[in-house]
Ligand binder design. Structure first.
Ligand code: HEC
Ligand code: HEC
Length: 367
């Protein structure tokens, strides 16, 4: 199995799902195709778009660009969905981290994404689903830093923190994206997305240098995933149940500011706070008292657990897509005392308001 090595290690937990991820040969049955399409619409379309085109919300990338769906990238796709990108709106969707999907369902979704594009991009011209090599790309990281500042920082952020482009300094991305995957992405870009191809703009030395520079941002072979945390039971949903209602002045009839929400919490007003992200991200950390009601919930089933006469405020990561979708579902069902946190939890934390950090497990290179 040496071809699976990521620079000399195999992440222990990821290894469990490898056999599932690699069983790509048979086409999906009609039943599995329908189930995967349903999962996509429910869990992914909010950000990645109804047609997998990307950029519906939160700068989520395209999931149909053929240079993403290149031969050998299916494992990278599987892991991106399973483990998410901590610190971004892309949550961990695997059940073990608090997500809604089993390994089998994630594998089915990856296969489905590949089957949605015309020519099957899993295979190269020889019919091989070729893995890219996992060895390092040697390059001059200090030259790479200059190239990065000149060519990449405007989209990916000066420190790789993301912007219109994805977070390139994300530790989970850097563990699952091999040097050669990064290098090939820089060469070929991602067709039909804002990511340009650099192979005619930069020489090999510069491309290798910027690849080495990105690799130098990786801190190690370990990364964190949320541990199991028990969510509040319905009779614990209301914060300060015996207190008074907060006075919210809603912007556009729906948005509450972080300052107003924080003031209401400090005044110990009664309310319900919904964390509308995938439950894995609620487990990682949340506003105190927040209940995980993800945007993909069966709203008809959960409405009986929610009060209609008490303020309900929803928030999500960055900044509002999942929360707004959830609150609109509730409003359609007659919940009028509802609001969306304008800044999202990242904006909230950026303003210095408190967050309860959850337990995490370190997923480590075990070899
Ligand atoms: C709340 C918005 C949101 C939802 C919902 C969401 N994603 Fe993402 N996804 C993102 C963002 C944002 C990124 C890029 C994160 C970054 O900056 O690294 C991303 C990245 C990815 C990537 C990596 C792509 C690449 O170019 O490297 C894959 C694959 C992916 N998502 C698949 C999915 C699938 C499948 C689902 C549904 C199960 C899903 N996502 C649900 C926002 C979302
Ligand atoms: C005009 C904006 C823009 C510029 C300039 C740009 N990128 Fe990108 N990049 C993007 C976007 C947007 C994506 C996600 C594309 C998609 O798949 O939808 C991306 C994706 C990537 C990815 C894949 C990341 C992932 O999450 O899978 C890598 C690697 C990358 N860019 C590296 C670079 C490097 C290195 C440079 C500079 C040499 C650069 N980019 C310049 C916008 C840009």
């Amino acid at each position: 199995m040496s071809f699976l090595k990521l620079g000399g290690f195999i992440p222990a937990v990821a290894a469990l799902s490898l056999s599932a991820a690699l069983a790509q040969s048979d086409p999906l049955s009609a039943e599995d195709t329908a189930a995967a399409a349903e999962d996509y619409a429910r869990y992914c379309a909010l950000c990645h778009g109804a047609e997998r085109e990307g950029y519906a919300n939160d700068h989520a990338p395209s999931l149909r660009s053929s240079s993403l769906l290149a031969p050998g990238n299916d494992l990278f796709m599987f892991r991106s969905i399973a483990y998410g990108r901590p610190g971004t709106p892309m949550a961990a969707y695997r059940e073990e981290s608090g997500g809604p999907l089993s390994n089998r369902e994630i594998n089915r979704l990856v296969k489905w994404l590949y089957e949605q594009v015309d020519t099957d991009p899993r295979y190269d011209e020889n019919g091989d689903n070729a893995r890219l090599p996992y060895d390092r790309v040697a390059g001059d990281a200090s030259l790479g830093a200059q190239v990065y500042a000149r060519e990449c920082a405007s989209c990916h952020g000066p420190d790789g923190e993301g912007g219109t482009g994805t977070q390139l300094a994300n530790q989970v991305f850097l563990i699952f994206a091999s040097d050669h995957l990064i290098k090939r992405t820089i060469e070929n870009g991602r067709n039909d997305t804002p990511m340009p191809a650099f192979k005619d703009r930069l020489g090999t030395e510069e491309i290798d240098a910027v690849t080495a520079f990105l690799r130098s941002k990786a801190t190690g072979a370990d990364f964190e995933q949320p541990a199991d945390t028990t969510p509040p039971a319905p009779d614990e949903y209301v914060i300060n149940p015996d207190s008074f209602d907060p006075e919210f002045n809603l912007e556009d009839g729906i948005y509450v500011s972080a300052a107003d929400l924080n003031a209401a919490l400090e005044a110990e007003a009664r309310m319900v706070i919904l964390d509308t992200r995938a439950t894995s991200w609620w487990r990682m950390g949340h506003i105190e008292g927040a209940v995980p009601i993800p945007y993909y919930s069966d709203f008809d089933d959960i409405v009986d657990d929610l009060p209609r006469d008490i303020w309900i405020v929803g928030y999500c990561e960055c900044p509002r897509a999942a929360a707004e979708s959830t609150i609109r579902q509730l409003r359609r069902r007659g919940f009028d005392k509802t609001a969306v946190l304008w800044e999202g939890i990242q904006g909230w934390a950026g303003l210095g308001y408190p967050i309860i950090l959850g337990e995490v497990e370190t997923v480590s290179a075990d070899e």
